[in-house]
Design a protein around this ligand. Sequence first.
Ligand code: TXA
Ligand code: MG
Length: 315
Amino acid sequence: MNREEIIQAKKLLEASELVAIPTETVYGIAANAFDINAINKIYKVKNRPLNNPLIVHLSSSKDIFNVAKSIPDVAQSLIGRYWPGPLTLVLPKNDDIPDEVTSRLDTVGVRVPNHPMTLELLQSIDFPLVAPSANRSNHISPTKAAHVASSLGGNAPFIMDGGSCTKGIESTILGFEEGRVVLYRHGAISKEDIEAFIGEEVIEKTTNEKPITPGNFKKHYSPDTKTILSDNPYKILKELDGVRVGTILMNDPKDIIDVPFRCLSMTGDLKEVSRNLYDALHEFDQMDLELILVERAPYMGLGYSINDRLLRAVQ
Ligand code: TXA
Ligand code: MG
């Protein structure tokens, strides 16, 4: 691990600057969660609408009451099971958390990320970090340091390079309403896994219509290249003639393919698909194609999270 990079990142954050940090889900663009100047820079650099709140990242669940006012029992159990890890909890916010973090909501999203460099950075500073994904707003989230540089261009801050993200898809976001656990965003932990752990059904509020979690606006996670989704890309490829198309498959190819293609997992393993999905979208978006044709994932486990992101990419 590169200690120099962590020291450099700490210095910048303490001086109200931004730093791109690796996490197990996607790279984030981080600022001191109590520094309004620095937080405003995030919105500017990402060109992010001000009504889209930020997730607070802690080094340990011990610090949770610096951020949240109260924690339901089921949230405590989820913390014990999944932190550090790709689970964000929406909790009643502590009064100290600036309105700029939560877009004036009375709740705050919080998680402990699971990446050794970022955990070391968080332990070395005496404030939590807010960190949205380190892409320009509505673009594909970064899962490698190079994606951050290409998405943010000249606006990219200092990047801590922590290699490829192991999960490759954003954290699952849960909230708590009237004694029930509510899913606000599908993510790296499947709804099935959460339900199996808590032993009850999770209410889904991930709808596009009136998003409680503004990241659920319809268009999001989009490549610049036109992208379409299909259950049968092989059939569509036969119909397309003379179009510069590239195709992204969930599984090993079932047929001969004579256009650029990438299979996200030879065995159709959905964890592997999640890990590789954004990297493939970034790669194909750089290939000067007219069309990216992506195979839909099966609706099971992480397939819901994968298809959720793909549906937003094709809007
Ligand atoms: O995996 C992740 O969560 C990554 C890494 C960097 O931690 N971060 C991430 O941040 O995906 P961002 O800003 O791209 O997405 C955060 C989502 C947004 O959809 C936002 O609306 C939602 O979290 N969110 C934050 N605070 C919320 C709150 N109080 N209530 C509801 N949704 C909230
Ligand atoms: Mg994002």
